[in-house]
Design a protein around this ligand. Structure first.
Ligand code: SF4
Ligand code: SF4
Length: 182
């Protein structure tokens, strides 16, 4: 076995000084490069990022356009929309339209399926919430009990009118058939 070479202490001294100078230079070079480079971070939330077009963020729902058809529910692959209503079609009162953002995939299938354009995914990106329950978007206006009762009365009246019109039509048809001797 070859004995280890003993290094000259003076050479070692200057080699250490050179290593110190070189590593300081290398570190400062990187620091200075980043100091003058274009910044990739921002002071959020004081500064807001530019959201690119087509970004799929939080849902925006237009209650006035919604018919309660539930097509969006059927389109959703993770069942994160909950809807409750009185009546249907034009005579509808939405009692609940909730989207659970903790489960949502932001796939946009619900908005694409909506036949009345009542649902969109917006550019709102701030989804931060402290608890799972806080991640649920409650989209409909809360109705008072008197509003609900009034609407039930309206529905009952419209239903009675519809039945009456149907009965009248049926009676007219029967009278026409009797006249024709059928
Ligand atoms: S974006 Fe996708 S996952 Fe989210 S509610 Fe709509 S269909 Fe469901
Ligand atoms: S598909 Fe559109 S209209 Fe139908 S329940 Fe959903 S949001 Fe309302």
């Amino acid at each position: 076995m070859k004995p280890a070479m003993k290094q000259n202490p003076v050479a070692q001294y200057f080699a250490d000084i050179w290593a110190g100078i070189y590593t300081t230079y290398a570190g400062m070079k990187i620091t200075i490069e980043y100091f003058f480079a274009k910044k990739v971070t921002m002071r959020y939330p004081e500064e807001k990022p530019i959201v690119p077009p087509g970004h799929r963020g939080l849902h925006v729902y237009d209650e006035a356009k919604c018919t309660g058809c539930r097509i969006c529910l059927r389109a959703c692959p993770v069942d994160c929309i909950a809807v409750d209503m009185l009546g249907r079609g034009k005579d509808v009162m939405l009692l609940q339209f909730d989207v659970d953002c903790a489960r949502c995939l932001f796939c946009n299938l619900c908005a694409e399926a909506c036949p009345t354009d009542a649902l969109h995914l917006s550019e709102k990106f701030n989804l931060a919430c402290g608890a799972r329950e806080d991640c649920v978007l409650h989209c409909v206006r809360t109705k008072s009990q008197s509003e609900i009762d009034e609407f039930k009365v309206l529905l009952a009246r419209k239903d009675a009118e519809r039945k009456e019109a149907q009965a009248k039509k049926e009676a007219e048809r029967k009278a026409r058939e009797a006249q024709q001797g059928l």
